[in-house]
Ligand binder design. Structure first.
Ligand code: SAM
Ligand code: SF4
Length: 337
């Protein structure tokens, strides 16, 4: 059935969910090649004219914030720090009213050099991805020798006040799944908040294998060999991570069990790709073209209407367990993770 745009304000869907968090991919390019994300040779990148310009991104975020009830904007990619206009985009988004919370998901390379500028521009918080503390493993996992740069990026983010600094970790069987306690110890020692993410079928190479995925249950069991974990009494809301108090708290660790304990029923996300397509879900197989409408002269009302229609069609869940599940054509790096 063709989705029908609701008359309601805001990004509601047929299941009563309301999207208030917007993830904006600023580029599909990256300076790492994480094996669970991209092939060694990279991908056919989006062509320059297909990318939204800085002004087009700001315009669409303004529509989302001003007309559609979005309260948090997270810039991601690909690697958002390699987009030249990042600080300018952030500054313009920070000037919107009501001002959204502004976050960044990054691999951390070069973050030490730009963290205070980004903070001044309006970034409130960062998530830095780090899967291993071992330099050789880092090189194998990301195909680049950049562990020191990521560690410097983490430290730079903390000293610039982009706190709490969160770390995202994906564990892979036989690669880094023995490092869960060491990564948590590192995070605790530095005051970073660690969250493990179950690996999802979003790699460009389509090499994901459910039977090899390290599950949330296994991650918690590995942590329990070294730490005492107890359920976090804080309300989870739409947060993807289930959190646990470590050794009685106040430190916490999070586990995002996107596959084994899907939280789709509480999802409050909408996504905009670097080429201006709205996606209602990471796993959506359909997109809604806002760039075409914008470049054809659509006004803000029309853009908002299209965005609402796209979200109205959001599916109930990602369906990874359905026999008919199809991995989306775009990999994570091109959707915006
Ligand atoms: N380059 C930035 C980074 O790595 O943080 C932002 C984009 S990256 C696609 C966003 C997050 O997605 C990272 O934390 C990364 O580890 C995660 N990610 C990438 N591929 C994934 C997969 N197949 N399953 C689970 N998480 C994945
Ligand atoms: Fe780049 Fe992030 Fe993908 Fe790694 S996970 S290749 S850092 S986009």
């Amino acid at each position: 059935m063709t989705p029908v745009a609701p008359s309601a304000e805001g990004l509601v869907d047929r299941y009563g969910r309301v999207a208030r968090g917007l993830r904006v991919s600023l580029t599909d390019k990256c300076n790492l090649r994480c094996t669970y994300c991209m092939p060694a040779e990279g991908l056919p990148w989006l062509a320059g004219p297909d990318l939204l310009t800085d002004a087009e991104i700001v315009r669409l975020v303004r529509v989302a914030v001003g007309r559609l009830g979005v309260t948090e904007v997270r810039f991601t990619g690909g690697e958002p720090l390699i987009r030249p206009g990042l600080a300018g985009i952030v500054a313009e988004v920070a000037a919107l009213r009501p001002r959204p919370r502004i976050c960044l998901t990054t691999n951390g390379i070069g973050l030490d050099r730009v963290a205070s500028g980004l903070r001044a521009a309006g970034v409130d918080r960062v998530n830095v991805s780090l899967d291993t503390l071992d330099p050789e493993r880092f090189r194998q996992l990301t195909r680049r020798s950049q562990l020191d740069a990521v560690l410097a990026g983490l430290a730079g983010a903390a000293s610039a006040g982009l706190t709490p600094v969160k770390i995202n970790t994906v564990l892979m069987r036989g690669v880094n799944d023995d490092e869960a306690p060491a990564l948590l110890r590192f995070a605790l020692d530095h005051g970073y908040q660690l969250r493990f993410i179950e690996q999802m079928p979003l790699d460009a190479q389509h090499g994901w294998d459910r039977s090899r995925m390290v599950t949330a249950e296994e991650i918690l069991a590995a942590l329990a060999t070294t730490f005492d974990l107890s359920p976090d009494p804080a309300v989870r809301g739409a947060a993807p991570a289930e959190t646990w108090l470590v050794d009685g708290g106040p430190a916490r660790v999070g586990v995002i069990a996107s596959v084994t304990q899907a939280f789709c029923g509480d999802c409050d996300r909408t996504r905009l790709t670097a080429d201006g397509q709205v996606r209602s879900c990471l796993f959506a197989t359909e997109e809604s073209d806002l760039r075409g409408a914008l470049r054809a002269g659509a006004d803000d009302d029309e853009l908002a209407r299209r965005w609402r229609a796209a979200m109205w069609g959001k599916r109930a869940g990602h369906g990874i367990d359905d026999p008919t599940f199809l991995q989306p054509a775009r990999p994570m790096s091109a959707i915006g993770g």
